[in-house]
Design a protein around this ligand. Structure first.
Ligand code: NAD
Length: 477
């Protein structure tokens, strides 16, 4: 039984009135007052919060899975793999290493300052605002909260209103299992987020699209608040002829059509070199059939589009190439079949903005030079993937392109390596998190110098300056 949980407590639906009714300014003031007491600083408090969150996720996985199914039609297995189980691993990794990450780090002191000691310590920032999106509405809300709490902050979480069932579950449970004076959930859409953004925070962590990212950064600038922006973009998959295309196709289909393509790091399009462009078509068709059957609408493992607006946007892209497989859609069910388009014109609408849905265009290029030019000629992607048997190609892609992350042989799985930072670059975002990188994001690395007063070894640096002092100073500094 979870600490402080009522056995018959509701599991969502109604927002937690006590928490959401408090105006933004009051909520932030309350959390700041808590922070100023110093209560969130001891490592024991931080660990307690993480353990309570872990218990909530493991003992009530079904509540989260149900909400994810309601919002996005996610299967329980996918919800575990990509959201709940993912967070439990993130908590375990953080708990395992937190003491070490928080240990002060010694720094060498130059001779001119000796004797003295120097080191760095991690200071929590204060009150952190986390604004999360709808596509992985549990993972992307709680993974930053884990980092913010581990670093000793108080947190306001604003979940996405576009995934209302999940938002309600978070608003209901978090204040019940976490320290309610240190963690608040504010539900709502643009007006509520705008009201929050008027407040002064010590860090704002935003995940979502670049347009709102700019709004967040503008609001943060008024208070000189640092921001982390986890944005999106078009993540390409480079496919070279010598690679095992059957395996590549299975992995591309897995990464692309999970959550019906609504994944920030999903392969956006395939950049196929030479013959790989034609050969991959049959393999992709076969992989989709293997994973989702001949009628994916009947598969329990295939998700739905979040709402009508996104459905209409995606339906408008279905004719931007020759249909290799898929194309079926049903607005009432918000269903779009896993779709592969070939012979796609690089200037067509499907190649303009991030697709964020189950449509996979194949663009053909003659060689690796052309593939690299194609990638570097566009916005820096959140992720770049490549399937190649060539070490030289791997080296070239690593050295000659820039992206938030780079993975060979498998898409999206870079997120499952807790030691790797996650974040974008350029249009795909700024800042990074996960594991120790979350500690970096949510703390200030304070430099400390301690020089004993006993012997005043600094005399030589004080005026009035003489020739002798000048000579010594030039020698030792
Ligand atoms: P969304 O519509 O849920 O918006 C994200 C958050 O911004 C929500 O909490 C929402 O309430 C808030 N918001 C929306 N409009 C606002 C406004 N005018 N002012 C203030 N706040 C506002 O999600 P989305 O933006 O549609 O998410 C999809 C995008 O996010 C895609 O581009 C995707 O690639 C990106 N994404 C990135 C990551 C990552 O980790 N880098 C993860 C998931 C999604």
């Amino acid at each position: 039984m979870l600490l402080g949980m009522k056995p018959n407590a509701p599991t969502g639906g109604q927002p937690d009135i006590a928490v959401t009714a408090a105006p933004a300014a009051e909520t932030v003031a309350r959390l700041r007052a808590t922070f100023n007491t110093g209560r969130t600083k001891p490592v024991a408090w931080r660990k307690q919060q993480l353990q309570a969150l872990r218990r909530l996720l493991t003992e009530h996985e079904d509540v989260f899975a149900q909400a994810l199914h309601t919002d996005l039609g996610k299967s329980a297995t996918e919800s575990h793999m990509m959201e709940i189980g993912f967070l439990v691993k993130e908590i375990d990794h953080t708990l395992r290493h937190l003491d070490r990450w928080l240990r002060p780090s010694r720094v060498w002191v130059p001779l001119s300052l000796a004797p003295a000691h120097a080191w760095t310590v991690r200071d929590p920032l204060g009150v952190v605002l986390v604004i999360s999106p709808w596509n992985y509405p549990v993972n992307l809300a709680l993974a930053p909260v884990i980092g913010a709490l581990a670093a000793g902050n108080t947190v306001v979480l604003k979940p996405s209103e576009v995934a209302p069932a999940t938002s309600a579950v978070l608003a209901h449970w978090l204040p019940r299992v976490l320290d309610p004076q240190a963690v608040a959930v504010v539900e709502g859409g643009v007006p509520e987020t705008t009201a929050l953004l008027e407040q002064r925070f010590d860090h704002i962590f935003y995940t979502g699209n670049g347009t709102v990212g700019r709004i967040v950064m503008t609001a943060a600038a008024r208070h000189l608040t640092p921001v982390t922006l986890e944005l999106g973009g078009k993540s390409p998959v480079v496919l070279e002829p010598g690679a095992d295309l059957a395996t590549a196709a299975r992995r591309i289909v897995w990464g692309k059509f999970m959550n019906a393509g609504q994944t920030c790091v999903a392969p956006d399009y395939v950049l196929a070199i030479g013959e790989a462009g034609t050969e991959i078509e049959a393999h992709l068709r076969e992989a989709i059939r293997e994973m989702y059957g001949t009628d994916p609408a009947r598969s329990n493992d295939y998700g739905r589009i979040i709402n009508e607006r996104h459905f209409d946007r995606l339906a408008g892209l279905l004719n931007d190439g020759r249909t290799v497989v898929g194309g079926d859609h049903d607005r009432d069910a918000r269903y779009i079949a896993p779709t592969v388009l070939a012979d796609v014109d690089p200037d067509s609408p499907v190649m303009r903005d991030e697709i964020f849905g189950p449509i996979l265009p194949i663009v053909r290029v003659p060689d690796l030079d052309a593939a690299i030019a194609f990638i570097t000629g566009r916005d820096k992607p959140l992720a770049l993937y490549a399937f190649t048997a060539s070490k030289r190609s791997k080296r070239r892609l690593t050295a000659e392109t820039s992206s938030g992350g780079l993975a060979f042989g498998v898409p999206t799985a870079q997120l499952a390596v807790p030691g790797l930072p996650f974040g974008g670059v350029g249009e795909s975002g700024m800042g990074r998190y996960h594991g120790s990188y979350s500690l970096d994001t949510f703390s200030h690395l304070k430099s400390v110098l301690d020089k004993p007063l006993q012997a005043d070894t600094l005399r030589v640096t004080y005026p009035p300056y003489t020739r002798r002092k000048d000579r010594i100073l030039r020698h030792i500094t």
